[in-house]
Write a protein that binds this ligand. Structure first.
Ligand code: F0G
Length: 463
């Protein structure tokens, strides 16, 4: 294993594991090693991880579906740290570490699949479920990818790991760096991330820089940094991250007894997560773990709809970047790095791509909250998008649908407070549906009478 932390700042290869190789998504060049920028040495495009032993010519060597299902089930009773992780439990479909000792885990994954009966009634799609990735250790889906990529950083003996982030990646990276004895460097846009996420990075001890630019500017600088300094990048450009994030889909299929739903709907920002889920679905289908492919659809905020425009205006052939603006700050991204991967998985699974307005996001978030589940604004685009896909006839009332909720409700309390206090959408005419969802805090005199009058008022005004 080459050491990767000597003091000359040249680009050093990151060791690859025997079980997997890197393949360029554009020119198809396959290599056993990748540079710290995780870009193709020939054409500069992104890399993906492939498993040559599953290749068509070698089908005998591919893991057998029944065997996999049974190993994964047995591990649920094991106390070993790798088996307690909802990511490493599925390690046959992940790149192999040379030693399990390198694993940095916070028992990520193992997230619940909830029924959403009220949202099912609202949308007219009764078979509606939510896979809640906000129940991960740092409150977002990022942990499932971070455990894998951070473990590879540790195995390659890096001292520093770094990321650009709209908040959740930085919270997750800071936690895994701390657990793994690595130093974390966080680059976030100044003023455009929620305090909860920023405070997590501080609490976990990362060196946190608020840059006077947006997320896209932070990511550009990070890409330059890793070419100049021995720093391991933990953005979703790093294909090890996406391998870990695949386990969301694997765990989901296991929870559904390997019977895929008709649709999976996911928010789109930098488009790593949709690419990872799509890759998992395609691999599971190829290996015979699932009998058919669900349609994977991506939903963006109207103000950050680069993928929607790329598909609509350029047929997915070239990226149309946008100047991103949305209060769903997690997906405030105008120049998504993994757009080509996302275009590919949408085409392969037959999914749709749509955008939704700020008011639709706020309403959907309150509706998910009213189920007692709650999520952050970026996650709520999935429900808002489902309503649109039902109106378009793309999702039928009898279809089964899984929404991927990517972040915990506690990630952005300012958004929730502003919505319920009526401090959002002041400039637009009042909307009865939105108004009925608001539950502003009520300041009362400390008297029983005042409380009883409030109860009465609510009894009368709500059905
Ligand atoms: N939902 C949440 C809660 C997110 O934090 C993100 C991305 C997404 C959805 C979009 O996922 O980028 O894979 O398409 N957050 C990143 C971050 C960019 O830095 O935390 P994506």
């Amino acid at each position: 294993m080459p050491a990767s932390t000597t003091s000359d700042h040249s680009v050093r290869p990151v060791a690859a594991q025997s079980a997997c190789s890197f393949r360029c998504i554009a020119c198809g060049h396959v290599s056993e090693i990748a540079g710290q920028d995780f870009r193709c040495a020939h054409c500069g495009d992104l890399l993906e991880i492939i498993y040559p032993q599953w290749s068509d010519s070698d089908e005998k060597l591919a893991p057998q579906p029944d065997r996999l299902r049974s190993i994964w089930k047995q591990r649920r009773h094991s106390p070993a740290p790798a088996d307690l992780s909802g990511v490493w439990r599925f390690r046959e479909l992940l790149p192999a570490l040379t030693s399990e000792q390198s694993i940095i885990t916070l028992r990520e994954g193992n997230t619940p699949l909830y029924e959403l009966p009220q949202c099912g009634r609202i949308t007219g799609v009764p078979h509606l479920l939510a896979k809640h990735q906000g129940m991960n250790p740092t409150g977002s889906f990022k942990d499932t990818g971070m455990t894998v990529a951070a473990s590879f950083a540790r195995q390659a003996e890096f001292r520093w790991v770094a990321c650009a982030s709209t908040g959740n990646t930085s919270a997750s990276m800071a936690a895994y760096a701390a657990r793994g004895g690595l130093r974390g460097l966080v680059l976030v846009p100044d003023g455009k991330i929620s305090w909860s996420k920023l405070s997590q990075a501080l609490d976990y001890g990362a060196v946190t820089c608020q840059l006077r630019t947006d997320f896209d500017g932070c990511l550009r600088l990070l890409q330059e940094l890793v070419r100049r300094a021995p720093v391991y990048q933990l953005n979703s450009i790093n294909p090890f991250r996406l391998e870990g994030q695949k386990t969301l889909a694997i765990e989901l299929m296991e929870q559904l007894d390997w019977q895929p739903p008709d649709h999976i709907i996911v928010p789109g920002g930098n488009l790593g997560n949709s690419s990872a889920i799509g890759k998992a679905l395609l691999e599971m289908h190829k290996l015979g773990l699932i009998p058919r492919l669900p349609k994977l659809s991506v939903i963006q905020a109207e103000g950050a709809n680069a993928l929607v425009r790329t598909l609509r205006e350029a047929s997915g052939q070239r990226l149309i970047s946008v100047q991103a603006e949305t209060r769903a700050t997690a997906i405030r991204i105008g120049n998504p790095a993994s757009w080509k991967k996302a275009v590919h998985v949408l085409a392969e699974t037959g999914g749709a791509c749509e955008d939704v307005s700020e008011a639709q996001i706020a309403q959907a978030k309150a509706e998910i909250g009213a189920e007692g589940i709650g999520c952050e604004p970026a996650s709520a685009v999935t429900l808002a998008g489902l309503k649109k896909l039902v109106r378009q006839g793309f999702v039928k009332p009898q279809d089964s649908v899984v929404l991927v909720l990517t972040g915990n409700v506690l990630k952005d309390p300012d958004f929730t407070m502003d919505f319920h206090r009526g401090e959002m959408f002041r400039e637009v005419p009042p909307d009865a549906q939105l108004e009925s969802l608001r539950r502003p805090p009520i300041v009362l005199d400390a008297s029983l009478d005042a409380i009883l009058r409030t109860l009465e008022r609510f009894e009368k005004s709500t059905p």
